[in-house]
Write a protein that binds this ligand. Structure first.
Ligand SMILES: Cc1ncc(COP(=O)(O)O)c(C=O)c1O
Length: 319
């Protein structure tokens, strides 16, 4: 970051940003990419670029776009979300079909985007099986609906499946992927799509106050994250599995370790509320966040090693 060569990115003149965006586009299998300041900004820019006000976006009812993006589709893009309930966070043509508006119904919103989350935050970091993703992508195309991936943790999905990220993103019209969180960059996400799509998203990023000058400082960190911190995600996955196995052996907690596919664990205490577990753990130096209703959520990442997991287990045993 300190050594990054920089320029004014508002005029596309930052060489480090330009190099980063070409690298990320290639890695994700798209014509172009754009550095954005956060995962929310990435998702929202993609939705904005795909739609017109009054359109509708189908997403899963536990998705980040529905749960944690502050109603931004309505405010920033004049969109309505159609949340679809699924048993496991995996959307299928069958579950999505009833949510698609009939074209002739002029009094309904138009279905424009189908948004998928992979890995799935509120579903314990679940990974979409590739065949299901391909089938859903073909279905979206057949229906004339844009297919968007909230791939905040697509890198974890790629490592879990042992494939390149572009294998996962191949059917999508747009993707948003985080460089912060598990990959360790301090700030930033990247969106990718066709050249025209990214050109339009670039306009909206500026309009939303996200055009910045010597952005290369951050793009350099993003580049480092993409080049160095993906393969090590396997360690996060094995640390998460180890933690889940240990928690499963503690009678006061409930978790099914078989459900832990990547770096997210969701568990509950038999008697204590999530708030009680979180504050007791916090007072002992172990930080969790609340998960879906009644649960606690833990994440493993590059600042957490095996010894930290062992330490966490000791603390949890005393809760
Ligand atoms: C699946 C998913 N999408 C998007 C985001 C948003 O990322 P950010 O916090 O960088 O805005 C998150 C954040 O946790 C996430 O888990």
């Amino acid at each position: 970051m300190y050594e990054a060569e920089v320029g004014d990115d508002v005029f596309n003149e930052d060489p480090t940003v330009n190099e980063f965006q070409e690298f990320a586009a290639d890695m994700l299998g798209f014509e172009a990419a754009l550095f954005v300041l956060s995962g929310v900004m990435g998702n929202q820019l993609c939705l904005k670029t795909h739609t017109q006000p009054h359109d509708e976006v189908i997403c899963d009812a536990e998705s980040h776009i529905f749960y944690y993006e502050s109603g931004s589709p309505a405010v920033l893009s004049g969109l309505q979300l159609f949340p679809v309930f699924t048993p496991d966070g995996i959307l299928t043509p069958e579950s999505v079909t009833p949510a698609i508006r009939p074209i002739e119904a002029y009094y309904m919103p138009r279905t424009k985007v189908l948004a998928v989350e992979n890995t799935h935050n509120r579903r314990m970091g679940k990974v979409y099986p590739l065949e299901k993703l391909d089938k859903l992508g073909d279905f979206a195309k057949e229906k004339g609906i844009k297919f968007h991936l909230d791939g905040a943790r697509v890198w974890n999905a790629a490592v879990k499946l042992g494939v390149e990220p572009k294998t996962i993103t191949s059917k999508f019209d747009s993707v948003s992927c985080c460089l912060s969180k598990g990959l360790g960059a301090p700030i930033g996400s990247v969106i990718a799509g066709s050249k025209d799509f990214i050109k339009e998203a670039f306009r909206f990023r500026k309009a939303w106050g996200g055009g910045t000058r010597q952005l290369g400082i951050l793009a350099a960190a993003g580049m480092y994250a993409l080049k160095n911190n993906i393969s090590r995600l396997a360690d996060d996955h094995s640390n998460a599995s180890m933690l889940a196995e240990e928690i499963a052996n503690m009678p006061q907690f409930e978790i099914n370790p078989a459900q832990v596919e990547t770096n997210i664990l969701i568990f509950k205490h038999n008697k204590k509320s999530p708030a009680e577990v979180i504050s007791e753990c916090e007072s002992k130096g172990l930080r969790f966040s609340p998960g879906p209703i009644g649960t606690v959520r833990a994440i493993t990442h590059l600042d957490v090693d095996k010894n930290d997991v062992i330490e966490a287990v000791k603390i949890l045993k005393g809760i």
